[in-house]
Write a protein that binds this ligand. Structure first.
Ligand code: FES
Length: 211
C-alpha cells in the first residue's frame, strides 16, 4: 500500500488512500490536542495547519500520504484539500522523508553576500549532499531556504527551532558533530514545538518527551 501513497512521485500522482486502509497513528495525546485546537477556532477548516504539524510529529517528521489522509479523516475534509495545503508550504515535509536533522541554509541576499554559497559547497564536500538530499545514513538532510529573518547573523543555518550564525566552516563542523551525537530527531522536535505554540499551557501534554 505505502508505495502508492507517497507524495512527490515524479511520474504519477499517487492514489489517495482509503480510510479503511489506514493504520491511524495519532496517539491519545495527539487526539486530545486536536480536540483542544477545535475549541480555539470557529470551524474545523481553521485547524488544518496545526493538525498537519501534529501529523508531522506523529509520523516521525514526514507527511506521507497516510498522514495527509489521517488529517483529512480527522478534520472531515477531502484528501485533495489537505494535500493542497500541505504541499503549498515548504515547512511540511511532503516530498522527501527527511533525515534525523535538517540543515536549512539561508540563501537570500544578506546571507548570500556573507558567504552562504561557500558554505553550501562545504556541506556538499563534507556530507556529500546538495539541496533536498539526505545522507545515506539518514542523519542529515540539507535544504537551501529563503530569508530566515535573522539577517544580522548571516550566514544563518536553521536546525529544528534553533538558529545558528554567523556560520563559518569551523562552526558548521562543530554543529554537524554535535547533531551527529544527538539521537532525538530535531525535525520531530521542531514539529512538537510548533504544536505547543498553538496550545495553551494546560492543554499541552505532560510527559517529558512531549513537554
Ligand atoms: S538573508 Fe539570510 S537570514 Fe535574512
Amino acid at each position: 500500500m505505502s508505495e502508492l501513497l507517497q507524495l512527490g512521485s515524479p511520474n504519477q500522482r499517487p492514489r489517495p488512500p482509503r480510510i479503511e486502509e489506514l493504520d491511524l497513528r495519532f496517539s491519545e495525546a495527539a487526539i486530545a490536542e486536536l480536540e483542544a485546537l477545535r475549541r480555539h477556532y470557529p470551524e474545523e477548516k481553521a485547524c488544518i495547519l496545526p493538525c498537519l504539524w501534529i501529523a508531522q510529529r506523529e509520523y516521525g517528521g514526514h507527511l506521507t500520504g497516510d498522514a495527509i489522509a489521517e488529517v483529512a479523516f480527522r478534520l472531515h475534509r477531502s484528501y485533495a484539500e489537505i494535500e493542497g495545503v500541505a504541499t503549498f508550504y515548504s515547512l511540511y515535509n511532503t516530498v522527501h522523508e527527511p533525515g534525523r536533522h535538517k540543515l536549512e541554509l539561508c540563501t537570500c541576499l544578506t546571507c548570500h553576500v556573507n558567504g552562504t554559497w561557500e558554505l553550501r559547497d562545504y556541506v556538499r564536500r563534507k556530507l556529500g549532499i546538495g539541496h533536498g538530499e539526505t545522507t545515506d545514513d539518514g542523519v542529515f538532510t540539507f535544504e537551501e531556504v529563503e530569508c530566515l529573518n535573522a539577517c544580522d547573523r548571516a550566514p544563518v543555518v536553521q536546525v529544528g527551532d534553533e538558529y545558528f550564525g554567523p556560520m563559518t566552516e569551523a562552526s558548521l563542523d562543530e554543529l554537524i558533530e554535535r547533531l551527529r551525537k544527538t539521537p532525538e530527531s530535531t525535525v520531530v522536535q521542531y514539529a512538537r514545538s510548533v504544536v505547543n505554540v498553538h496550545l495553551r499551557k494546560e492543554e499541552r501534554p505532560t510527559s517529558p518527551a512531549e513537554a
